[in-house]
Design a protein around this ligand. Structure first.
Ligand SMILES: NC(=O)c1ccc[n+]([C@@H]2O[C@H](COP(=O)([O-])OP(=O)(O)OC[C@H]3O[C@@H](n4cnc5c(N)ncnc54)[C@H](OP(=O)(O)O)[C@@H]3O)[C@@H](O)[C@H]2O)c1
Length: 315
């Protein structure tokens, strides 16, 4: 699967977003972080703002966004921290956001997400995890394509998860119309879609100098676990080998790989790859929860998903 030399960096599991961005100057760069008012989105936005970028927090909870922006401004001294409304599950909201964006966009961090929710559907009937985690972000990125191209060398960061190992994209029934709904399979499918998005975006947008990479941030206790019960956690623990028991990261560590993928000079011109613990991941080995599944990097599946997604959004 990996025919190239994997990217390695001096950073690791323990590295924080602040360490990763140390010495990098983002003055004059414009950044969007979706879900930037919670969890690792806050830490991602803070690190990028601390390096001098203009950062827009794209959030559905504007009050939380304003509070986060004030915190980041007071911590970093960077006044260019903005807030804009975005609900990824509402296509009118995505369209308003992209229509309102003016000028170049250097870094788009597709970070927002929901995990293992009970069965919910958008008004169109789309399964909510796929709609939020993948379709909304694809609509956002394509709506901002011109702005990304205008930046020259823009990067798109697609926050995936080791959860992608739970399911490929099941093209025959993406929205669980026929099969029984399983919250983790739906999360896994949406997170595989996040990786396939990076593969195809890099291919389609090569001539515009845009690259996209996907990543696993690590396990971080955030609001993401709102739908996860203690029984779920115990079951998840039982499924992984004892040598791989869940090792939690702090939010500052959890944002490190996103910030690395967004800013590291080691990734100049690199796209379509999957990172974890601040380094490019190798292929997943059976029985392990690390690495990337071959189906998530499959270029044919990536091309198919892109077209299916555009068709879905256009319907
Ligand atoms: N935490 C982990 O252990 C872990 C592990 C692997 C991958 N990840 C990935 O990391 C990313 C960030 O997760 P997190 O842990 O920081 O979770 P979090 O604290 O729950 O943050 C997720 C953010 O996404 C936003 N969001 C959810 N639905 C949205 C929608 N329809 N439109 C716009 N924004 C929406 C949430 O907004 P509200 O605050 O309004 O709900 C929140 O700001 C996710 O993509 C997740 O899959 C996390």
């Amino acid at each position: 699967m990996t025919e190239h030399t994997p990217i390695t960096t001096p950073f690791s599991f323990e590295s924080t977003a602040a360490e990763v961005v140390n010495g990098i100057d983002l003055t004059g760069r414009r950044v969007i972080v979706t879900g930037g008012a919670s969890g690792i989105g806050i830490e991602t936005a803070q690190a990028l703002a601390s390096a001098g970028a203009e950062v827009t927090l794209a959030v559905r909870n504007l009050a939380a966004g304003e509070r986060t922006a004030e915190d980041i401004i007071s911590t970093t001294g960077n006044k260019q921290v903005l807030v804009a409304p975005l609900d990824l599950a509402d296509q009118a909201s995505v369209a308003s956001f992209t229509a309102a964006w003016d000028g170049p966009l250097h870094i788009l961090v597709n970070n927002a997400g929901i995990m293992a929710s009970p069965l919910m559907r958008t008004p169109e009937g789309w399964e909510m995890q796929f709609a939020t985690n993948h379709l909304g972000h694809l609509a956002l990125a394509t709506g901002l394509h011109r702005a990304l191209a205008a930046a020259g060398g823009a990067r798109v960061v697609s926050v995936s998860s080791s959860g992608h190992l739970r399911s490929p994209v099941v093209f025959e029934d993406i929205h669980f119309a026929e099969r029984e709904y399983e919250p983790w399979a739906a999360y896994g499918q949406s997170k595989t879609a996040n990786v396939l998005f990076a593969v195809e975006a890099t291919k389609r947008w090569a001539d515009d100098g845009i690259t996209a990479n996907a990543l696993m941030p690590g396990g971080i206790r955030t609001n993401l676990q709102r739908y996860v019960t203690d029984a779920d956690l115990a079951r998840l623990r039982a499924q992984i080998s004892s040598s791989e028991d869940i090792r939690w990261k702090t939010p500052e560590q959890g944002a490190a790989t996103s910030v690395l993928v967004a800013t590291s000079p080691l990734l100049d011109g690199i796209g379509g790859r999957y990172f974890e613990d601040c380094n490019e991941a190798g292929p997943n080995q059976p029985g392990s929860r690390r690495g990337v599944a071959a189906y998530a990097l499959d270029p044919d599946a990536a091309a198919r998903l892109w077209q299916v997604s555009l068709d879905t959004l256009a319907a």
